[in-house]
Design a protein around this ligand. Structure first.
Ligand code: MG
Length: 307
C-alpha cells in the first residue's frame, strides 16, 4: 500500500461522501441487484468511506435502478461511525427511510422551478414546504438531516441561475434543522470562479451549517471545481466510485467526479481523506465490470503514482 493511500496522516481532513450507490447508479441502463449494491456499499466502507449515499426512497416505477431500497438497507453491515444516507423527496419517502433505518436523511431542493417541477413535481417554494414537513417529522428521531441544493450552478430548463436565488434557497434551508447544506452542480456546467463566489455567498446565510459540494464532470471542470471548493473552505465533497452517474434531464451528462481521481488530487495536495485510493480504484473497476462499461475515472487506467 502506497504511503499516500489514505492521504498524509495528521494533515487537514476532507470528508468524502460516496454517492456511487445512488447518484452513480440511478441513471445506468443496467440495474444492479440489491445484493450487488450491498456489496458495493460494504466494500466502500471497508475502503474507509464513513458516509455513503446508499439508497433513495423514490417511486421505483420512475427510477427502477433504485428499487429495493429496504432490501439494501437490511443487507448492509452497520458499524459505529458509518452513516448510510437515504435520499428522500417527500414525506412518503421519509416514512420509508425511517422504517428502513437510515442513519441520515438527505433531501434535494432544486434552486430552479424548471428542474423542480420536472424532477419532483412541484415548485421550489412548494418543495421548501415539503422540506419543512420532513424537518418536523425528523425532529426527535435523532436522524440528522442534510439538504442538497441542486441545479445551483445552472439548470437544463431555466438556464443560468442567479447566485442570489441560490443564496435565498440556502437561507430558507437554514431555517430548518438541517446540519449540512450542499451546493450541487447537477448537470456539470459550473466553473471554479462560480464555486468560489457561490460558496462565499451561501456561507454568510448558512447559519454555521456544514457546507458540502457535489460536482459532475460533464464539461471536465468537476475536479477544478472540487479544488476551488476546498480552497474556499469546504471540507465535505460528494464523489462517485468509477465516476459513474448522470442526470435523467441532461442527456449528455457524464458522471459525478470519480472518487479515486478525487482522492489522488486531494492526497497529492497534502490533504487527508481516510479513504483508500487503491481500494477505491479497485471498486471503480468492479463497478465497470458489473455495469459492463468503462469507468469514466482515469486512475484505474493510468494507475497510481508513485506506483
Ligand atoms: Mg448528482
Amino acid at each position: 500500500m502506497a504511503a499516500n493511500d489514505r492521504g498524509p496522516e495528521g494533515a487537514e481532513h476532507v470528508e468524502i461522501v460516496e454517492v456511487g450507490p445512488r447518484d452513480g447508479l440511478q441513471n445506468e441502463d443496467r440495474v444492479l441487484s440489491a445484493e450487488d449494491r450491498v456489496e458495493l456499499i460494504d466494500r466502500a466502507v471497508a475502503a474507509g468511506v464513513r458516509r455513503i449515499e446508499a439508497v433513495s426512497f423514490v417511486n421505483p416505477k420512475r427510477v427502477p435502478q433504485m428499487a429495493g431500497a429496504e432490501e439494501v438497507m437490511a443487507g448492509v453491515t452497520r458499524a459505529p461511525g458509518v452513516s448510510h444516507i437515504g435520499l428522500v423527496l417527500n414525506r412518503r419517502g421519509l416514512d420509508r427511510a425511517v422504517a428502513a433505518g437510515v442513519s441520515e436523511v438527505n433531501v434535494a431542493v432544486p434552486a430552479t422551478d424548471g428542474f423542480c417541477v420536472r424532477n419532483q413535481g412541484c415548485t421550489v417554494s412548494e418543495m421548501l414546504d415539503v422540506l419543512a414537513g420532513i424537518d418536523t417529522d425528523l425532529a426527535g428521531t435523532g436522524i440528522p438531516l442534510s439538504v442538497t441544493v441542486s441545479t445551483a450552478f445552472g439548470c437544463p430548463f431555466d438556464g443560468e441561475v442567479d447566485p442570489a436565488r441560490v443564496v435565498e434557497v440556502v437561507r430558507r434551508v437554514a431555517d430548518t434543522g438541517a446540519v449540512e447544506i450542499a451546493l450541487a452542480d447537477t448537470i456539470g456546467v459550473g466553473v471554479p470562479h462560480q464555486v468560489t463566489e457561490l460558496v462565499a455567498g451561501v456561507a454568510k446565510v448558512a447559519d454555521g451549517r456544514t457546507l458540502r459540494c457535489h460536482f459532475h464532470n460533464t464539461r471536465n471542470t468537476g475536479y477544478a471545481n472540487a479544488l476551488a471548493a476546498v480552497e474556499a473552505g469546504v471540507r465535505v465533497l460528494d464523489s462517485s466510485l468509477g465516476g459513474f452517474g448522470g442526470c435523467p434531464f441532461a442527456p449528455a451528462a457524464t458522471g459525478n467526479i470519480a472518487t479515486e481521481d478525487l482522492l489522488y488530487l486531494l492526497h497529492r495536495s497534502g490533504l487527508h481523506t481516510g479513504v483508500s485510493l487503491s481500494g477505491a480504484a479497485a471498486l471503480g473497476e468492479w463497478m465497470g465490470q458489473r455495469l459492463d462499461k468503462q469507468p469514466p475515472a482515469y486512475l484505474g487506467r493510468a494507475g497510481n503514482f508513485p506506483a
